[in-house]
Ligand binder design. Structure first.
Ligand SMILES: [Zn+2]
Length: 174
């Protein structure tokens, strides 16, 4: 089996949709911690695979405009890595990703939409205290709760609320 064949087909990633949380465990294991950025990356990876096509023999390339945590999710779920040259990062601090399928010359541009999460007064206060070095149990629990709320939201919102997806007819850079 070639290395490319180890990449999951989009069907196995997308169905069942309720399996996003178990996919997120794979991302978390690879990335080393739980964070909203890697959860966004999971949504980007799934959208990119389904829109750009993902036949195991296809050569997929991902161009990322950020170095944020999201790229670890993309690496672990698409098999496109910095090491194999299928993930190219040009950091312009934009939350934008281009998936380009070189085999069938099709692709898409994905922008991450800013999702607003409401924090409770307690969470806001805890974040301030955390920022000044307070690592008490009460503060850490609220900081964790705030983070988990975001991850949960990112994994459960409809794709259109999280991502803006545009089809591309020409390879990136042309
Ligand atoms: Zn992270």
């Amino acid at each position: 089996m070639s290395e490319k064949n180890q990449r999951k087909s989009p069907e196995s990633l997308i169905h069942p949709l309720g399996d996003l949380r178990s996919l997120y465990s794979r991302v978390e294991n690879f990335h080393g911690h739980r964070c909203p950025g890697s959860a966004y990356g999971l949504r980007v990876a799934i959208a990119g695979l389904s829109h750009a096509g993902n036949h195991p023999e296809d050569l997929l390339k991902v161009h990322s405009r950020t170095r944020m945590c999201a790229i670890d999710a993309i690496q672990v779920l698409t098999g496109c890595t910095v090491g194999n040259g299928q993930l190219v990062i040009r950091d312009t601090s934009e939350h934008e990703f281009i998936f380009w399928n070189e085999t069938n010359a099709s692709g898409c541009k994905i922008r991450v939409r800013k999702v607003l999460f409401e924090d409770t007064k307690e969470e806001i206060e805890a974040m301030k205290r955390f920022g000044t070095g307070d690592r008490s149990l009460a503060v850490c629990q609220l900081v964790d709760q705030r983070r988990e709320k975001r991850i949960d939201g990112i994994l459960s919102l409809p794709e259109s609320e999280i991502l803006e997806i545009e089809s591309l007819e020409n390879p990136p850079g042309s």
